[in-house]
Design a protein around this ligand. Structure first.
Ligand code: ZN
Length: 498
């Protein structure tokens, strides 16, 4: 697109081309909203991109902003201000934050600016430099923090050991989507302090926070993509803070542990091909009936994680009500029905200015296949993989490809459309906006399924046709090929929405 044309769009935010609009594929879907108010154009949509701060710390950072505007119509930057380097022997947080940190926000935590602030910031505060450059281009800026989780490579160190979850046998958590405990005041206070620091120290427009973890019932079953090898004995959290909280709720923590040991045996036997006498599905329900504490402990985990979201939202509103606080919702919401049930957008609307459901259409194929492989070891063990997938498609409301092909083809724009529509229906009547995360060049196993300009374009159109108020191009700019990024811009221009 011609830069001058783009500037006109940017200045006259609502100056859409009527003819293009009417001719567009979405005209039918959007027309009722505009009926009788022809003079009032459609609102400008949020077009965001996730981007590493390292890109913005280069001398070419303004050229990157121009490129993003020109190619993809980007008007909002989600800057990854916090990473988790996790070098051997160091805290996962060590040197991970790339903004200037102020000690007054970290009084009630062991994580201190001296350890967490990246040493590079003292030479160049790239985040501060970015904000006027973005403003000049009518772009908004959000810090983006996607919380760490540990895998088996997580090395123990004194600071993290104070924050990290504890597993069923009291060990520091690892080898699972485990991480710092949401009930640990050192961690909770750090996160809230970090977001307060962002909001008070920089002229930001909002924040994005994400947790790619879930509670112990789903983790025991391996109910997530790449979950088929995790150790069901490493479920979390059984730390002193969770134990205390559980007891306050009247839970018998020893009974909880006995329940998870029961589940551990079931999952391990399933992986060894030992079918329960009454079948995998019945045995699963029997374990839950025998140990209802499993579900209570799982819920405690989820409630605690959601409290961090609520805390961030309340903090932002107390600082400046116009700051938008929203959430990256882990891709597992597309695979695991239990995770979908607990990540309830309707309930979440009470503390969300926007929600970014991860709708990574291209990676979804391989990830769904991986999910089915994991669940076929236990709860779905009596079904063929094709039958398990068909069950998933029915209960999750998808129409996608066969088990044997989805890892190569990915999911389609129809998946983006359906999931966006579902989210919008859930938050109907609230002010919460839905900004689906669209993947561009997120790696897939063996690189079998790939982003193309056409499938990116189709995915963005799918989100818009469903009525999304924005899209968030993901996972991060440095992964993306420019021609595929341009597919998003093409969609927005074609629809006359920028
Ligand atoms: Zn805990």
């Amino acid at each position: 697109m011609d830069n001058n044309i783009h500037k006109e769009h940017a200045i006259g935010k609502f100056g859409i081309d009527r003819r293009t609009f009417v001719q567009s594929a979405v005209a039918g879907a959007l027309a009722p909203a505009l009926k009788g108010q022809a003079a009032k154009p459609a609102p400008k949509k949020m077009v965001g991109i996730q981007i590493d701060i390292s890109v913005l710390a280069t001398p070419d950072h303004e050229k990157v902003l121009d490129l993003l505007q020109e190619k993809a119509c980007v008007n909002t930057l989600f800057v990854k201000t916090m990473v988790y380097p996790g070098r051997a022997g160091q805290s996962r947080f060590h040197g991970g934050n790339s903004t200037v940190m102020h000690a007054q926000y970290y009084k009630d935590t062991v994580l201190k600016p001296a350890d967490v602030q990246s040493p590079k910031v003292t030479q160049l505060d790239a985040f501060a430099r970015l904000i006027p450059a973005a403003r000049k281009r009518d772009m908004r800026v959000f810090p983006w923090v996607s919380e760490t989780h540990s895998t088996s490579d997580h090395a123990s160190n004194p600071i993290d050991d104070q924050l990290w979850e504890r597993d069923l046998y009291g060990r520091v958590a690892g080898d699972h989507p485990a991480g710092p405990c949401s009930n640990n005041p050192n961690y909770r206070n750090f996160v809230l302090g970090l977001f307060e620091d962002y909001a008070r120290s920089y002229q930001i427009d909002g924040v994005l926070w994400g947790i790619e973890r879930q509670g112990p019932l789903s983790n025991a079953l391996g109910a997530f993509h790449d979950g088929s090898h995790v150790d069901p004995g490493r479920v979390t959290c059984f730390c002193e803070f969770c134990t205390r909280r559980g007891k306050q709720q009247g839970l018998d923590v020893e009974r909880v542990k006995a329940g998870f040991r029961d589940l551990e045996k079931y999952v391990k036997a399933g992986r060894a091909g030992q079918r329960p006498a009454d079948g995998y599905y019945v045995e699963f329900w029997r374990i839950l009936l025998r140990n209802p504490e499993i579900l209570a402990w799982h819920k405690l985990w989820t409630v605690s994680a959601h409290e961090i979201h609520q805390g961030i939202h309340a903090k932002m509103k107390s600082i400046n009500p116009s700051l938008q606080a929203g959430w990256h919702i882990w891709h597992n919401i597309s695979f695991n029905p239990l995770f979908r049930a607990e990540e309830d957008y309707q309930a979440m609307a009470n503390y969300s200015d926007y929600i970014k459901p991860v709708l990574y259409y291209n990676s979804a194929g391989a990830r769904m296949k991986s999910y089915i492989d994991g669940m076929s070891q236990n709860v779905y063990g009596d079904l063929s993989k094709e039958q398990s997938l068909e069950f998933e498609y029915r209960v999750m409301n998808y129409k996608e490809g066969q088990y044997g092909e989805i890892a190569s083809t990915g999911f389609t724009a129809d998946y983006v459309y359906r999931e966006t529509k579902r989210a919008l229906e859930d938050v109907a009547g609230t002010k919460t906006e839905i900004w689906p995360g669209i993947d561009i060049d997120v790696p897939t196993p063996g690189g079998k399924s790939k982003s193309t300009p056409e499938n990116v374009r189709a995915a963005v159109i799918g989100a818009m046709r469903a009525g999304a108020q924005g899209v968030l191009l993901s996972r991060t700019y440095t992964e993306m090929k420019i021609e595929n990024l341009a597919g998003a811009g093409n969609a927005m221009r074609e629809l006359g929405l920028v």
